[in-house]
Design a protein. Sequence first.
Lengths: 206, 188
Amino acid sequence: VSDETERIARRIRDAADTVRAPDRLHERIAAQTSNRAPRRRRSVLALAGGLAGGVAVAAVALVLVLGSGGPSMDDAVAVALRTPTTSAPAVDPTNTKRLEAHVGDVWFPNYGEYAGWRPIGSRTDEIDGRRAVTVAYRGAGGPVNYTIVDGAPLEVPAGVPWRDYPRFRAAVLRPGVITWEKGGRTCILAGENADLAALLHAADRS
Amino acid sequence: VIAVAPTIYRGEVDDARRPFRPRLLNPEDLGRHVDRLFRAAWAMCGHPHDAEDLVQETYARVLARPRMLRRDDEIGYLLKVLRNVHISRHRAASVRPQEVALQGRAEVRDAQGRWEPEAALEVRALFAAIAELPPDFRDVVVAVDVLGLSYAETARAVGAKESTVTTRLHRARTRLAGQDDRAGVRSS
């Protein structure tokens, strides 16, 4: 991929990140989707009689408040899947188990030490005012991106369960993409061709 | 890939890689995609005002009846419907008098929600240039660069092979890069 085409791709992504749907559109969609809530919930509301209207209004308000409250995990995953734009950070000479890149107290690991993943590039993005730093690694199974999102941990989408492991817990967001929390921050490993065991192991060793 | 994964992870099954069991689309889950779909709609039609209508019509169409998701890919599904709605609207518009688009303020904000005029100019120019691309090229740029979908998800959304997506994307980006002067898409 030429520099020119990669540059235009980056500009499009950066520009797209600044765009928000107008509030009036959020409100209209919230009203549409709440009207189409699953039938059993509507029947419960119906039993509540006059209270139903108030509950529905509160639900819409809640959707609006939550909907505009910071970046979503989907936004973070989209960032994690992007190609690097700058060179990879060097191995930290004071601690060869990590690279010279970090977000707060969370450092990017040097996977070359034990797994053969070598860092090949990095990028820094902003998601709703939060810094998201990504380091791209390349191993035998293809590229894997490790993203750390600054600020409070992001919520995983509804219906995605957390899985508990001896030293941490993780959630599988989509094929080849997992997330976990470390040092109060959201970490994401994304490798479209990586297998889950490898990603979990890497997360465990991060 | 890591050569020696500890035993505790070896038995882990990636549910996401299992054949997906079709499920009903839950309308309440769709609200979180409004921002991303609005970006896609704007880049597809070239104007934020039309993009609002496009997004609302897309949601109206999706919510009109229960929908079965065959893959766990809500945003890909919404993009597919958005694309169909856009095509329908485009066809309808071509047989009726042209409407004058309203000059509404583009919804380009910084992290604190403040209006960003310079960023708005960049978005307006870039999205207008994307909207002018041939539809096949435009759709992959919208899916990959605007929405952040993977090549596999994009391939499913636009009904093409992944290799075709790669080729179209490269050609589309090359065209956009070449339009810098002619379309007013200035380098930042």
